[in-house]
Each structure stands twice: as C-alpha cells, then as structure tokens.
Design a protein around this ligand. Structure first.
Ligand code: SAM
Ligand code: SF4
Length: 379
C-alpha cells in the first residue's frame, strides 16, 4: 500500500464529523503553549522515529505493507529540533514510538540527546523483541524514564499467529525482567484485545500482571489496521473486560491524578495478591518485582477520552497529526528542509494543533478511518 495523504500547512479543512470546519480561523499570534480550538492544552508528544517493524501484528500491519522511502524519513537532527521546539511550546511528555523504535539505527544517540533536554517524562513503546540487545541501563541513565512493551497473548501459538513471526511470550517476559533490572518502574505491557482472537485471555492477563509486577494495559481494537478488517463486532469493550477479570480478581479503581490519562486504572485487592501465582521465568523462580501490579483498560471505542486529550503526534516522515484519526496532516519536513527559522516551524505546529478535532467519531455514521494506519502514525 502506498500512502498518499492530503498535506497542508493551512489550518481549517473540511472533514468528517468532528473535524475542523473549513473556515476555522488561523492563529494570528504565536502563543507559547499549544492550545486547540476546543480549549484543550497539548502537553504530550508521540514521536514516531520509524515506520519499519520486525512484526506484522494482525491488528496493525499487513504482511505486504509498504514502507515509506528512507529519504522521506526525518534525520536524527530533525527529530531533535522538532522536540526542542515542542518543549518550548509546553510539551512535557515525549513518547518515542514507531513502527518498532528499536530498529532505528541511532536510537541510543536519540535517547541520550533527548535525556539532555530534561524532559519531565520521556517514555518509549516497543514490542520488546530486541530489548535483550539494547543498552537498557544506559538508556535509563541517559534519561529514559519509562518503557511500555507489547504482548497480545500468553499462548505460544497465538503470539506467533498474532505477530506473524516466530517470537515467543518468553522474549517479552525476559524484556520485562531486563527493564526492571535496569531500573524502569513501572513497566507497562500493552495487549490489544480482539474478539475471537485473545478475548478468552483477559483474566489471564490479570494473573500475568500480578505474577510479574507490571501495569498490564488492555486496549480496545481501533480501526487503524492496514488490512482494513476492523469492524465493531471485533471490539471487546471495557465493561466486558472488567467483567471477565472480576470472577478471578477483586479490582480497586485508582483515582487518576492525570485527567488526560488514556486508561481506567485498577490495582488488586489484598485477596487477589494473596492468591498470586508463583513467579517463574524460563524455569527460574523470580522472587521480587519493583512496582505495584495494575490493570489499565484503554477504551477509545466504548469510552472515548477525547474531551481530555492532551496528545499530538509527529510521524517519522515529519507530519503533524493533531489526532490519531486526523484526516489531514501538516507537513513539517518541507518546512524543516526549506531552511525555515524555528519561528516558522513553531507556527506550523501551533496552527496544526489549533485544528485538532473535538473527537474521533468512531461509531458515528460519518466516521472515516485515516488513510495512514497505526504503524505509520505511531501508537
Ligand atoms: N512496535 C511497538 C509496539 O508494538 O509496541 C510500538 C508501535 S505500536 C504502533 C504502539 C501500540 O499501538 C502497540 O501497543 C500496539 O499494540 C498498538 N496498536 C497497534 N494497532 C492497533 C490497533 N488497531 N488498535 C489498538 N491498538 C493498536
Ligand atoms: Fe509492529 Fe508494533 Fe504494529 Fe506490531 S503493533 S506490527 S510490533 S508497529
């Protein structure tokens, strides 16, 4: 699949329901914070550094998915410049993502440089398959605060069927332990729950969170798969996930201090902990973990959190996407490569954010999925 997108640097473009109106006003002055036309302040940047991946997860990337030409991807220096400009606009959280970020050849340098920028919260999402070859302790020292891994099943044949690789759950379990040993805490693990694929493992994931001392995040399947196979019947909603866990574990809802948090969070009652399964790894028993086990349910489809959204995305080829589901993008690459001053880059970002749509509109009759799919956006 080739990606061709409407590219524009002018804010205000007609779109599907919830998208900015064609006459949305351009900002005449440059604020020092990122605020959208619905009054939301944007503080959280998802920076994709590659669209390449060594997996082909069924809910994300087709086997014959076509990558963007390398020349279209930004250089390390361009990523760093964009982050620096975003920090000047009030961004406080940066999450490095992809594609698979551990495939990015200059990842160590990127983390070290971002670490020097003293970002309050610097995180990375990775499928974890290559973490045993990565300098995790060095990343931690360089200023990476948090790591989120992905694991969609605890059953060997399913892990392989979902990722379309020969990978194993053990490689992610090893990555969890390596991340803990390097001082990352909490370690989060994402699982996309799909009906008929892994929905019978929801309670097992709760056991897994207890067993490994992780924050296990169960995510509703979103219409961002490159095969365009998503349909509403495949979505396992938040309520159903919670009901699946309750017979096995007593969950306690956590009061969230961050209103823009994407997840509904739960800890386990003492009763649940008492019944915690023994921790084992590759036949070796592990006797401690570093953080309180949790369950987070991320429910963009059945319980959209758009009203409190504080996120902005920049893709590996330098496009600003105010929303995961944006139908238009703002091209920073051509601005960066035209010798523009920082002020001009700032203006593009500010204008793009201003047009952030009120909501994604999944479920409304007018919903149109974006042409760019998850791996090319950055999750
Ligand atoms: N490759 C890394 C990984 O898998 O963790 C980082 C990029 S991936 C696009 C980021 C997150 O997006 C992953 O946790 C993945 O499970 C999630 N994701 C991908 N496609 C999705 C979809 N259609 N619906 C919900 N989540 C999705
Ligand atoms: Fe790759 Fe992550 Fe997409 Fe899976 S979810 S195909 S690991 S980018």
């Amino acid at each position: 699949m080739t990606i061709s997108l409407p590219i524009q640097n002018d804010p205000g473009r007609a779109g599907a329901a919830g998208h900015p109106a064609p006459d949305a006003p351009a900002r005449a002055w440059l604020p020092d914070r990122l605020i959208d036309s619905h009054g939301r302040t944007i503080r959280d940047l998802r920076l994709s550094i590659t669209d390449r991946c060594n997996f082909r997860c069924v809910y994300c990337m087709d086997p014959d998915f076509r990558y963007m030409p390398k020349t279209q991807l930004l250089s390390l220096e361009e990523y760093l410049r964009l982050v620096r400009i975003c920090l000047g606009l009030g961004i406080t959280k940066v999450r490095i993502t992809g594609g698979e970020p551990t495939l990015y050849p200059r990842l160590d340098e990127l983390i070290a440089e971002l670490g020097r920028m003293n970002i309050s919260d610097l995180a990375m999402t990775t499928n974890g398959s290559l973490l045993d070859q990565m300098p995790l302790a060095q990343w931690r020292r360089d200023g990476l605060h948090r790591i989120t891994l992905s694991l969609d099943s605890l059953r060997p044949e399913r892990v392989q069927a979902i990722t379309r690789t020969a990978t194993t759950a053990e490689s992610v379990i090893r990555a969890i332990h390596l991340a803990h040993a390097a001082g990352f805490s909490p370690v989060k693990v994402n699982a996309v729950i799909m009906r008929g694929v892994n929905d019978d493992e929801v309670a097992d994931f709760a056991d897994f969170a207890l067993e490994h001392g992780i924050d296990m995040r169960l995510i509703e399947f979103m219409p961002l798969d490159s095969s365009r196979a998503w349909n509403r019947n495949q979505v396992v909603g938040a309520d159903e996930m919670i009901e699946a866990i309750r017979p096995r574990h007593e969950l306690i809802a956590v009061e969230e201090d961050d209103p823009s948090s994407t997840s509904m969070n739960f800890t386990f009652s003492d009763n649940s902990r008492a019944g915690r399964p023994p921790m084992a790894m590759g036949g070796r028993r592990v006797t401690s973990f570093q953080s309180e086990p949790r369950i987070g349910i991320i429910a963009p489809v059945t319980r959209p959190f758009c009203g409190a959204c504080s996120r902005l995305r920049i893709t590996a080829d330098g496009k600003v996407r105010p929303c995961l589901f944006s139908l238009s993008e703002w091209d920073l690459r051509s601005v960066l490569r035209s010798d523009a001053a920082d002020e001009e880059v700032r203006r593009s970002i500010v204008n793009a954010v201003w047009t952030k749509q009120a909501g994604h509109g999944i479920g409304s009759g007018a919903f149109v999925p974006p042409e760019r799919t998850m791996s090319a956006i950055g999750g």
